[in-house]
Design a protein around this ligand. Sequence first.
Ligand SMILES: C[C@@H](O)[C@H](NC(=O)OP(=O)(O)OC[C@H]1O[C@@H](n2cnc3c(N)ncnc32)[C@H](O)[C@@H]1O)C(=O)O
Ligand SMILES: Nc1ncnc2c1ncn2[C@@H]1O[C@H](COP(=O)(O)OP(=O)(O)OP(=O)(O)O)[C@@H](O)[C@H]1O
Ligand SMILES: [Fe+2]
Length: 580
Amino acid sequence: MRVLGIEGTAWCASAALYDAETDSVLIESDPYEPDSGGIHPREAAEHMAEAIPEVVDRVLTAAEAEYGPDAVDAVAFSRGPGLGPCLRIVGTAARSLAGTLGVPLVGANHMVAHLEIGRHRSGFDNPVCLNASGANAHLLGYHDGRYRVLGETMDAGVGNAIDKFTRHVGWSHPGGPKVEAAAAEFAAGAAGAGDGEGSAGGEAAASAADLLDLPYVVKGMDFSFSGISSAANDAADGGVPVEEICFSLQEHVFAMLTEVSERALSLTGADELVLGGGVAQNDRLREMLAAMCEARGADFHAPEPRFLRDNAGMIAVLGAKMAAAGDAIPVPESAVDPNFRPDQVPVTWREGESVARGAAGGASAETARDPDADRRGAEATVAVTGAGDDRRVVKRRVEKSYRHPDLDRTLRRDRTVAEARLTSEARRAGVPTPLVYDVDLADATLTLQYVGERDLATALDERSTEAVGRHLARLHGAGIVHGDPTTRNVRVSPDEAESAAADDEPAPAPATYLIDFGLGFHTGHVEDHAMDLHVFEGSIRATATDPDPLIAAFEAGYEAVGEGEVLDRLRDVADRGRYR
Ligand SMILES: C[C@@H](O)[C@H](NC(=O)OP(=O)(O)OC[C@H]1O[C@@H](n2cnc3c(N)ncnc32)[C@H](O)[C@@H]1O)C(=O)O
Ligand SMILES: Nc1ncnc2c1ncn2[C@@H]1O[C@H](COP(=O)(O)OP(=O)(O)OP(=O)(O)O)[C@@H](O)[C@H]1O
Ligand SMILES: [Fe+2]
């Protein structure tokens, strides 16, 4: 099968031919380069109108020269997400070409294409995918016929966050490559000054250079860049050298992406990571992800740059998989969708594959192993000591070699302090948590009471999610957010009745404890409280086969104890269109 793909969601007018038999991809692209500022939607659309017919013609001519008049078996196009005016031009071109050639039309999701090209090139079976592109940033994992969004940015895409800073300092679009060059120069200068023997490469250079203190915002597997963009702009206004800001901006932003990727691997039990999107061309990001994967024994793959930035090759490759699965669309149903989310796509081309590991698979592995064996979360190693009622866990936040040593030290220390404090405060507010026996800040180690029999993630049920709703409401009432309330950070004892169970309750709820308060903080803001609920629901959606009843029970529990206003805000948080 040979598929002609067309891409043009924002800046890159591109056409490609994928020959599935030889696995070869020919790509012809024509980028839009704004004279000033960022991408102007009208100018971008004008560029597409001119450039799309040209790149399609180049590819079609080459294809027919090689394979004759029946060179193309299907036409695939980017249906979204992207800029509406650009997408419409791509859609029109694709429909008309499919009609002329008399072949099926396939509508591909651009973000799924960024993922599938990595899976295709790596040969990985079931990876977690980090999409680091201009307008987006998210983690996807396959579970039960869909790509679930495991985590995502709560505001800007990662490329846009970086480009916002470069526009502020007057650099031309795109800013990402310029930030990378400036940061590398700063790091090499610091390494050279340090050892007196010229510049050290990559990671060594990065470790030696001074780091500015910038906002680092991770909530569960979600993250936010708005604070760091503003702080970087303020630093430039305050006279900090631009190269120094570029360096620190990269160190923070990429450490955030690497951390959430590690959380996603840990939550799903996956041991493969693929990277996609334009920002994935950055060496430092790839270096951090490779180091993180190596440390946890996972495989990492980033395709070559021509498949990372926007390109029609990835559309043609995904198009071929979809066409082979019979997933073509009739023209009347082929409207483009600027907000097309990756989790809306029925993944027809993976049907019949054995059920993904997902959390369900991770869960059975967990149930099977010795509950008291040493275990490793995304951040910490946990060892169980003692026996019976005196069982304790010794939790140590381990060094992460991928991140700058100053950032590593600060995060490990601050989170250990926060966890010790908030675990105890939450208890005093009536939320079941472990007792804190000992805190060793120098070693970022806590000794905690062993609670529960298993993680909630290993067997989700409505009574437990309802209890989590009540616990979070009580916690929020005390002015505390958990910061990372995933189903892995809830411990349950199915047979241990909750002492507070009222007489009129039909069956006592299982004892349910919240653990892992390292990302928690004090706040009375409705937005922060709603974000906690969003993270918990996200962890259910990412992993459960039938999430709705679990979520309904969770919200009912929250409503019974907490403020309705927080649930209203949760709708806003969840609905915020981030796929533009
Ligand atoms: C919806 C679609 O139109 C959009 N596409 C997109 O954003 O183009 P993409 O090629 O994936 O990414 C472009 C971004 O990638 C950044 N970029 C390119 N090279 C970079 C580098 N070496 N380091 C950091 N960022 C880089 C650019 O600054 C720009 O922000 C998307 O995938 O979100
Ligand atoms: N007090 C405790 N009692 C019983 N088990 C615990 C306790 N604390 C941690 N655990 C177990 O260890 C695992 C990892 O602990 P924790 O979540 O605190 O570490 P982490 O590295 O932050 O993990 P992650 O980032 O994946 O959430 C938990 O999922 C739980 O199974
Ligand atoms: Fe893209």
